[in-house]
Design a protein around this ligand. Structure first.
Ligand SMILES: Cc1cc2nc3c(=O)[nH]c(=O)nc-3n(C[C@H](O)[C@H](O)[C@H](O)COP(=O)(O)OP(=O)(O)OC[C@H]3O[C@@H](n4cnc5c(N)ncnc54)[C@H](O)[C@@H]3O)c2cc1C
Length: 400
């Protein structure tokens, strides 16, 4: 029987894990190891674009890519992991229970937004975390024009003024006008508990966020949070009310619940601590990549963020190292000292920063052009061609 590397998840971490494991096997001319990817769908869903319009198009099919490098795809959802028995239990698309044996496992099941289960937030708020929810929001925005004119109809409240909240809010004036007509008096309001606009993003880019907000007419309600949401608006913690038919929740990301099935230390967001080869601490055969992994990026105390730039690099190392571990060859130490951010600010433009302290490098059109390149090219998977795909999975290729 062939030895088996099992990757759970077909996001950025999972896809690049599978490709880099295939590259490692190819380099050693090994044909006695099977690589499988287990996920609910054979597509890379482009989560960083879920705040944009036409979100139903934001995925890349993976069948041909996996076939080109000899990776088997298994459609299903993992629901148990037996560390001692080295098996993963899963339910197939038809609801049947199955079991997969593994010799090395890469967990790459990502993260999810956890909305509070109180105050009507679960029932009435929208979000842009998964493609289904983002499509649901898009459909809702398109149906607003069928409702009678009112301030509530023309108002979107975005709860949370972090990265996702800002990108979502700054896109909204254009999306609302596309839905309701160019001359409609639209309102977009960000509710954030911080005392300043864009406080979580750092002083380097705060002025740009303020300028973009003014240019786009986005209002910020600061020093408060949303306590309750209903179909007609949001009630704030201080009791104030904002009438809005659309409330978008953007706070509270947590690592996939599968991380809780493993013995190992986790950080406050449930992300698994891993060693410098991305093996889960305390585990002999299990690696982690993407948002589930909390990995040191350098020796200065910085750790991977829940981001594509880290998920891609983590995947390229985790799959490579899982295969290297199985073959008994040297792993490639994960190091990613360069950290950049590119924050979309709607029709105003974007900002691009370098370093963990977010030093401003590009603004407006220049940054926007880079953001467009990142979102439409860089984060998409390689062509379904064996040589191209394996070359692209080299862990030493810098992501940013
Ligand atoms: C609106 C938004 C904007 C963002 N903007 C940016 C940005 O500008 N820059 C940036 O770097 N990052 C951004 N991110 C973050 C980025 O999308 C994530 O960090 C990235 O997707 C993480 O990759 P991943 O592979 O860990 O997880 P994911 O991409 O979430 O993939 C997880 C995979 O695991 C699968 N899976 C989940 N559970 C199971 C299970 N039980 N069994 C089998 N498979 C399972 C899923 O189906 C999916 O295939 C943004 C995210 C959002 C939501």
């Amino acid at each position: 029987m062939k030895q088996h590397i099992l990757v759970i998840g077909a996001g950025f971490g999972g896809v690049w894990s599978a490709l880099s494991a295939a590259r490692q096997l190819d380099m050693h001319d090994r044909h006695d190891v099977q690589i499988s990817v287990l996920a609910p769908q054979a597509e890379l869903r482009i989560r960083p674009r879920f705040y944009e319009a036409d979100v139903h198009t934001m995925f890349a099919p993976l069948d041909e890519l996996f076939q080109s490098v000899g990776v088997r795809f298994i459609k299903g959802s993992a629901n148990s992991i037996d560390e001692q028995g080295k098996t993963v239990g899963y339910s197939s698309e038809f609801g049947h229970q199955g079991t997969l044996r593994y010799d090395r496992l890469v967990l790459a099941t990502g993260s999810q937004l956890i909305r509070p289960d109180s105050g009507g937030i679960h029932e009435h708020a929208f979000d842009v975390d998964q493609i289904e929810e983002a499509v649901y929001l898009e459909q809702h925005l398109k149906t607003l024009k069928n409702q009678p004119y009112s301030t509530a109809r023309n108002t979107v409240v975005v709860v949370g003024g972090g990265f996702t909240g800002i990108e979502t809010a700054t896109e909204m004036p254009a999306r609302l006008r596309a839905a309701l007509g160019d001359n409609t008096d639209v309102r977009v309001i960000v509710v954030d508990r911080a005392p300043q606009i864009g406080a979580a993003m750092g002083e380097g880019i705060r002025p740009a966020i303020v300028e973009a907000s003014e240019h786009l007419g986005i209002e910020w309600v600061l020093n408060t949070s949303a306590a309750a949401v209903d179909a007609y608006g949001v009630t704030l913690a201080d009791g104030k009310r904002i009438e809005a038919r659309t409330v978008i929740w953007t706070i509270g990301f947590r690592a996939s619940p599968l991380t809780e099935l493993l013995t190992g230390a986790r950080n406050a967001q449930g992300r698994l601590h891993v060693d410098h080869n991305l093996k889960v601490l305390g585990q002999a055969d299990i690696f982690a990549a993407g948002d589930v992994a909390y990995a040191a990026t350098d020796d200065l105390g910085n750790f991977s963020a829940m981001s594509c730039q880290h998920a891609i690099a983590l995947g390229r190392h985790a799959g490579n190292n899982a295969a290297a571990d199985l073959l008994g060859v040297a792993p490639t130490t994960y190091r990613q000292p360069k950290y950049v951010t590119c924050l979309d600010l709607g029709t105003w433009g974007a900002v691009f920063t370098e370093g963990w302290d977010r030093q401003l490098k590009l603004v407006k059109e220049e940054a926007k052009s880079l953001k467009t390149q990142i979102n439409t090219q860089w984060i998409y998977p390689p062509a379904a061609d064996r040589v191209t795909a394996l070359a692209a999975a080299d862990p030493l290729i810098p992501v940013a």
